[in-house]
Design a protein around this ligand. Sequence first.
Ligand SMILES: [Zn+2]
Ligand SMILES: [Zn+2]
Length: 481
Amino acid sequence: MVSQGATKEYAHIMTFTTLALAADGPTTGLSLHEIERREVGPGDVRIEISHSGICHSDIHTINGDWGPKPYPVVPGHEIIGRVTEVGASVTAHKVGDRVGVGVIVGSCGTCGECSRGLQQYCGNGLVWTFGSEDPHMPGHTTHGGYSREIVTEEAFVYRVPENLDPAGAAPLLCAGITVFSPLKTWGASAGKKVGVVGIGGLGHLAVKFSHALGAQTVGFTTSPEKEAMILGLGADEVVLSSDAAAMKASEGTFDLIIDTVPFSHDLNPYLNQLTVDGTLVVVGALVPITEPLIGGALISKRRRIAGSVIGGVPETQEMLDFAGEHGITADIEFIRADYVNQAYERVIAGDVNFRFVIDATTIGAPAPELISAQEAADRVAAGALIVDVRPERFLTEAGVNTLATWVDRKNMDAYFTPGGEHYLAEALADTDREVVVMCGSIKGSAPMAQWLLENGRANVSHVDGGFDAWREAGLPSSLVE
Ligand SMILES: [Zn+2]
Ligand SMILES: [Zn+2]
């Protein structure tokens, strides 16, 4: 029974509604919902969410793998956005700041762990970003980042460096801190040799961070075809874990191994890679690890097996600042909200280029029409205006110095680097022509087309197909030739 006090307290909290993607049960998939958030209190920050990463734990939570959940569940704990309002006592953030929210949004604040900045280990009132009882709205559960907006206590809102691509930065809030924390805790640095097992969403970031921390970094993989990719992430070396001779050759040489594999697997081969006092840190497998552990592998070199989960508030900020200094972001696939259920299927199948990130501005938004290059050419011939949003690096590659030169040379209507929306708004202010958005990929064109739609431009479409398709259709396409 809800106590009278709690009910009254909730009755005094003002709420607003916002749009979100939520699951109504373990098998329903995600659909558009209107949800309630609390209005900003004195210590709160209101954030307009722009990017929300998809973490495998979102799927586990919805499935009920970690215990029953009160539905609907709005997942998402890799959140990036801009501050739109702050409470009276907030000092760390101001309106307009780019900020992030991660896996936790509350803790007791007074226990030993909280006092040490290890809020993730608070045993006394930890509040998960989604699916937790909401201390601010008794009787409600917390709702995560697959949403247009969120309101979060100031202490659990992080500064996100402006130089980082916000889409690639989103996964830092869970995947990034999950690997950064053990790398720091066990001293990854110059002169140390660090191994990473499982080069996926977590592992690819572990390689990047370990390399940036100065450690000799080795990726373990069972797939020889992944070697070049892993080296490209910053690994100094790749060891094929299915190659017994290669594993034998590197035995006893590692100071630290971060094991990101999310299922039960044999730890012994990796334990044997550790030198004296080396540590194997399990961060991926929450399930029982059923392969028998060989005691001799532990004992013979005073080796340790450890575990670690995300990071505390100070360390999460340190990780983001470090990522900003070293230009570290996740490799991602950027998707519209209406692709989320397909994305889940692909995550479950292991078919993702490291991490999906949802364009949160597309939640509940009208979708721009996707048209072929030929259709685009026809519309342009009939008076539509072309907006080209290819990244600026193409200009450099094409030997073009300025945007103006390029627009002039190609007789383009407008050219924009993604993110330059305000220039676009200015350029389109005095025309009502239909707009066709072109980019090298749908990933590039869709967000800009979406932005135009949301900012009151009717008749916006975006173009399917890359440069070759444009060329065939007679659209300007010689930029990279
Ligand atoms: Zn996560
Ligand atoms: Zn605590």
